[in-house]
Structure formats: C-alpha cells, structure tokens
Design a protein around this ligand. Structure first.
Ligand SMILES: [Zn+2]
Ligand SMILES: [Zn+2]
Length: 247
C-alpha cells in the first residue's frame, strides 16, 4: 500500500512504495563498506524503493521516478523485481495513461526501469518524460536500448534547472550520476539518490560506494542539503523506510 500522502503547497504528494528488500548478492556489501566514512554497524540494509505522485489543484499528475520495473527489467540482477508501482497507482485511483509528466531523477535501473514494460512499451503512454541532457549523454548502451529508445518520442530533455510541469521544477544535482536531478514543489524536495541513507543527512560527507563520482556527489549533497535545510524543506526520499523527512 502507498505510504500516507502529505499536502505541500497545495499539492498532494503520495509516496508509492514500489518495493522493499535487500540488495541482491550481485552488488550487496556490508553497510560500513557501502557508506565509507560512516559509523554504521554491519547489519542488513533493507531498502524501500519509492516513487512519488504529485497531484496539483488542477488535477495534473506528475510522477517522480518509475521504480525497479518488471521481472525482466535491468534491475532484476539485484533488486526485488517486479516492482508494484502499477498497483500502488491503482490503489490511489490513477491509471498509467492519466500521468501527464514523468520526472526521471536519473537512469539507474531502480529509478527508470518502470518507465518501460518488459516488452518495450512506454508504460505512461501520454506522459512526457523529463530527463537531464547530461544523464542522457552518459547513458550506458543497455539503458539506451531498454529504456531511452522506447521513450524517444516522449522524452523532454532539459539542461540544468527547468520547469518540468506547472509549479514543478527540476534542479541538476550531479555526482551520484552525471545528470542526476531533484524535483521541487514549494518546500518539498524529491531527492532521488542525492541521499541514500539517513546517515548522510547527519553527515553529507559520508560517501556512497555506488556514486559515479563520490567526491562530486559529496560536494553536491553538502551544498544542496544546506540550501534545503535553510528552507526547512520537506524531503521525499527514494530509499529511506520513512519516505518524508523534515529538515
Ligand atoms: Zn516504502
Ligand atoms: Zn541511483
């Protein structure tokens, strides 16, 4: 079931829980190795995989991230596929065709796979898909084949800060991936993989081993979190057990 929604600046924000589980053996490592510089104990890391539905006063629907996808998705080597995003949306009365805008924070397989069915169809057939140019430029060939090419006619590529939908802005936050972006509505920030674990809120210098560029990711995380903290922002996180955190 979806987590409890919140109303932020007149927009209903619903966390959709696509999956809950540990990383598969292919990439799993002890927690202290996964987050170098942290004092985390060596205990199992159970991730939630959250997407967020934003419904504004006019009924416009924006989905941020699309989860781990079907049984054959690129995430199937390490994530607990299939994701339940379609069921989560149905539970709040939304059909995929109703979604106007899809923001992909980045192209990692646990954020973008649910954009396309296993047989290569765009799941959100009427949506435009907002992606950063730098993310597109850095996409691996498997991701291009499986995710980007099927979406081609619906892709809306932006470069830096941009309006993704009325009242919804995206900000380029590179480091985790070259074209990682977060989404902002009022004082809400949907943070994608800007932060992976609550330990990085306490100390943004804590690295994540699967950041493409750990140094740049840490600098971006520190700068963006400082800005969000000054704004007393509400974070909507991808992988924390509690989707919302008020800074
Ligand atoms: Zn969850
Ligand atoms: Zn990622």
């Amino acid at each position: 079931m979806p987590h409890e929604p919140k109303i932020v600046s007149g927009v209903e924000v619903t966390p959709l829980c696509d999956a809950v589980g540990a990383m598969g053996e292919a990439i799993r490592r002890p927690l202290p190795e996964m987050f170098p510089g942290s004092a985390l104990p060596d205990e199992p890391w159970v991730l939630h995989f959250h997407c967020y539905l934003l419904r504004d006063w006019a009924g416009r629907l924006t989905l941020v991230d699309t989860g781990i996808g079907g049984p054959g998705s690129l995430a199937s080597s390490w994530a607990p596929v299939p994701g339940t995003l379609p069921g989560e949306l149905a539970a709040v009365g939304v059909a995929p065709a109703d979604v106007d805008t899809v923001i992909l924070t980045h192209l990692h397989s646990d954020h973008a796979s649910g954009a396309v069915s296993d047989d290569g169809r765009p799941i959100f057939e009427n949506a435009r898909y907002v992606l950063q140019q730098a993310e597109l430029d850095a996409a691996e060939s498997a991701t291009l084949d499986r995710v980007v090419t099927p979406l081609k006619a619906q892709l809306h590529v932006v470069d830096g800060d941009a309006e993704a939908a009325p009242g919804v802005r995206v900000h380029l936050t590179p480091g985790h991936t070259p074209g990682h972006q977060i989404a902002r509505v009022g004082d809400l920030a949907v943070t994608g993989d800007l932060v992976l674990h609550p330990a990085q809120l306490a100390d943004p210098a804590v690295r994540y081993v699967y950041d493409d560029d750990q140094e740049r990711a840490a600098a971006t995380r520190a700068a963006v979190l400082a800005e969000l903290r000054a704004a007393r922002a509400l974070l909507a996180t991808a992988h924390f057990a509690d989707p919302f955190v008020r800074l």
